[in-house]
Design a protein. Structure first.
Length: 459
């Protein structure tokens, strides 16, 4: 590859600096993506009402359930592309990019059809209250009609980030996010379209971001640029993608389905609790951004260095990302607790909503660092091409353990604190299982700790 194609090379240079510089655009991009849903919730909650806020919140688990399957394949794409990029294998790199674009188109269409078809059944599964159902159904139907934009955006940015390019996707996303907020205000506040206006604003903004990304990938001057005339599903590439991505996709789908069942426990406490939960989810999603960004950085960093045979950098990189992620999220958790009423009040100021939002923050924010450390370990394992064990531990903790906990306790104790505490208990369980497995897998793939780096690999 030419020098132009190694702008995102993570196999050389200071590890901490490389990870931080790579993570900052990811963090900003993730922040802007959260502003999509936050803008919906803030504008709907304040200009339409708490029932509308509850309706938007009720859709979160459903959206995540269907999208999770396809986003799992995105992780597989990131791992495969990063390893080809690290090995400087231009031929297979371009084959992987062309396969990804065609695969994304197909999965986006499937996601749209499944989403629209399954919306009524999913809302009934969550025991969505009658005063919320119609608005939730309207929001979801519009959202799924344009969800191909969300699927395409995440897959294409996964390709660019796998090659160390976390900046250019951010530039397009900034414009798209500003457009989304403007359309939210126009459709909801000016046109009074309610939750439908919020859904249309999100869909249109995502599609614009995708158009910009495709233009970038097809017109770039770099050697790996995409050519829509060469789109083809290469079976050997797809096999590698699915070996990593399919277990993650299936597990993510099961976890999201589990979250739908958890939402039914939340819904049992009424619309105030649902609105408080909706507000909390938006706040928690923001708090988790450093964790998500550093986990993505870990996967790309490890994938490139594993492809390049630079094993000592992998162990060092994992220690750095785990410390950075856990530390950032712990500090944010303290801030969430101190300003819990103000944060919840951004979405709705009803006393009942404020009280439930505060309960969720107090019961979960102190333990977010557990999930951050675990995700850092899981990101490293995925970068090594091992997606099965992170999937298994997550399934055991987030599906089996949490469902047993809720179904055994809540029939006897109708207490929202107990329902909420099921989340940090699951994070702790998952962290323990992952931490026990991680040293074994590293020794198997990388050799014993302290093994000398190859020449030229120094920090």
């Amino acid at each position: 590859m030419s020098s132009a194609t190694i702008r995102g090379d993570l196999t050389r240079g200071p590890i901490t600096g490389k990870i931080i510089l790579y993570s900052i655009p990811l963090l900003l991009g993730n922040l802007l993506q959260q502003l999509y849903t936050m803008a919906d919730s803030i504008i709907v909650g304040n200009w339409v009402g708490k029932e509308a806020l509850a309706a938007v919140g009720a859709t979160s688990s459903i959206v995540n359930t269907l999208v999770a399957f396809f986003m799992g394949t995105g992780v597989g794409v990131t791992v495969v592309v990063s390893q080809y990029y690290g090995a400087r294998d231009l031929v297979n790199l371009r084959r992987a990019i062309h396969s990804t674009i065609l695969l994304t188109l197909a999965t986006g269409i499937i996601c749209t059809l499944l989403g629209i078809a399954l919306t009524p059944a999913m809302l009934r599964l969550m025991d969505t209250p009658a005063d919320v159902y119609d608005q939730a159904y309207e929001y979801l139907t519009i959202y799924f009609a344009g969800i191909i934009g969300l699927v395409f955006y995440n897959m294409l940015t996964g390709v660019l980030r796998a090659m160390g390019d976390s900046r250019r996707p951010l530039y397009f996303l900034i414009f798209s996010c500003i457009l989304n907020i403007g359309l939210d205000a126009l459709f909801v506040i000016v046109f009074h379209w309610g939750v439908a206006g919020a859904a249309w604003a999100t869909v249109l903004s995502q599609l614009i971001a995708v158009a910009a990304l495709l233009w970038l990938m097809c017109t770039t001057g770099e050697e790996w640029k995409a050519d829509l005339r060469q789109l083809h599903l290469h079976p050997d590439i797809l096999k590698k993608v699915f070996n990593v991505g399919l277990p993650i996709a299936l597990n993510s789908t099961l976890i999201s389905l589990s979250n739908v069942v958890v939402t039914s426990f939340i819904n049992a406490f009424g619309s105030d609790c649902m609105a408080g939960w909706s507000a909390f989810l938006r706040i928690q999603n923001l708090a988790s951004l450093p964790m998500q960004s550093l986990t993505m950085a870990a996967t790309t960093f490890v994938g490139q260095n594993y492809g390049a045979g630079r094993y000592d950098r992998i162990r060092k990189g994992n220690r750095i990302t785990a410390a950075l992620s856990g530390g950032c999220v712990a500090v944010i958790g303290v801030l969430m607790i101190l300003f819990r009423y103000q944060l919840t009040g951004l979405f709705n100021r009803d006393p009942g909503v404020l009280e439930y939002g505060s309960i969720f923050i107090l019961s979960q924010a102190p333990f977010l660092w557990l999930e951050a450390v675990r995700d850092s370990l899981a990101g490293t394992l995925r970068g090594l091409g091992d997606a099965k064990m992170p999937v298994l531990t997550a399934f055991c903790a987030y599906v089996i353990f949490r469902q047993l906990y809720l179904h055994l306790l809540t029939p006897h104790f109708h207490n929202i604190w107990l329902v909420s505490l099921g989340f940090p208990l699951a994070w702790f369980t998952c962290l323990i299982m992952t931490a026990l497995y991680y040293p074994y897998k590293c020794r198997q793939l990388l050799g014993p700790p302290g093994k000398k780096q190859e020449a030229g690999c120094a920090d």
